[in-house]
Design a protein around this ligand. Sequence first.
Ligand SMILES: Nc1ncnc2c1ncn2[C@@H]1O[C@H](COP(=O)(O)OP(=O)(O)OP(=O)(O)O)[C@@H](O)[C@H]1O
Length: 444
Amino acid sequence: MDAWPRCLERLESEYPAEDVHTWLRPLQARSDEHRTVLYAPNAFVRDEVESRYLARIRELLSHYSGHGDVALEVGSLPRPAAAKPAATAGLPPTVPAPVDFTGNLDNHYTFDNFVEGRSNQLGRAAAWQAALKPGDRTHNPLLLYGGTGLGKTHLMFAAGNEMRRNNPAARVLYMRSDDFMSAFTKALYDRTSGGMPAFKRQFQGIDALLIDDIQFFAGKDRTQEEFFHTFNTLFDGKQQIILTCDRYPREVDGLEPRLKSRLSWGLSVAIDPPDFETRAQIVLSKARERGTVVPDEVAFLLAKKMHSNVRDLEGALNTLAARANFTGRSITTEFAQETLRDLLRAQQAAISIPNIQKTVADYYGLQMKDLLGKKRTRSLARPRQMAMALAKELTEHSLPEIGDAFGGRDHTTVLHACRQIRTLQQSDGKLREDWDKLIRKLSE
Ligand SMILES: Nc1ncnc2c1ncn2[C@@H]1O[C@H](COP(=O)(O)OP(=O)(O)OP(=O)(O)O)[C@@H](O)[C@H]1O
């Protein structure tokens, strides 16, 4: 048995179940005979583990593995690649050959626990359709693209899990792009792995192939070429292909044009940062899932302060839950403000009105003096309204303060801008895209 599972078992007997659930179970371990690297899903978990548990983990690992060299990092193990060829020197592979079609998907991520909102509605519908009718031309390949931590992998798993729920015999293979790459490289160079025939065999007879984060194929010419062939074979065989990418593939430098063109054959859907209501719903849903009581006001507080990334929202919720458990207090607004003070302040400090003005001016290629000036031509008025609405959304400033910062405008002008932008978001796709991109830029 590996040292980490034994260490975890021991920690379970030493710490309260809630702490183990929140801080220790999410860690993933990768060990060789000299060293263990522990991966924390986010910085909150890493910091908490470092301050509260790492010393004990070192002791236990040194006891069970004979070495106490433990590194703690934010990150994750490569997700299980199917049919990784036989073990090589160094760190052990995460899955054994042959392909395990049951264990390859993370079955925690489903449509049931995915909160739908305007930002992800189309993506959800598309993933649902792909699950219902795998291989159908209307959504093959299905490509979900958008910024980090917005639920692309969640939806991809949800589709795979739903396919298997509809048809338990369905063979759904999930791979991260780097798993594909390393399996391919090994097939080329490692004779003991069965070579290319074995590599190709793993895709035969599957119903769906899910590949995460294909932006990492950029610049890897041979891998892309192989992926191109795999893609064509699956596509011709009417096998479903689902891919994710951190931006629209045409914008990824270093991806071959012929691959980009293939990717646009089916359906490409953007996953945008969730709006305020969706963020609040996600917090409440994650809290329910983990059995933590979180009042609506606290969910609203987190949703108001944390804009772009669901993973960070989850991290904040985990921190609250653990601290509440640790101190025996219930989660109130006051408690949340106190516990997350530094984090909330950091989020807030990063976004100021001048920062918003500069970002919007750069985005639209305008001069600051024009953005703040009096001219009312449409090419200036719309970006100006956008900047005012963003200031209202992302800062704590009042309408009069925002008006002042925009060349001494009246608060009713700011109010009008906010309403106008909100209405246009419903009808104007380009404006909605600009809004989402600006929110993402400002929240990075
Ligand atoms: N709409 C949603 N409802 C519920 N959970 C969500 C939603 N969106 C994101 N999440 C959660 O946020 C976390 C991050 O999501 P996920 O890993 O799918 O992001 P991603 O878009 O694939 O990011 P990356 O590109 O960094 O891999 C997951 O825990 C996921 O469950």
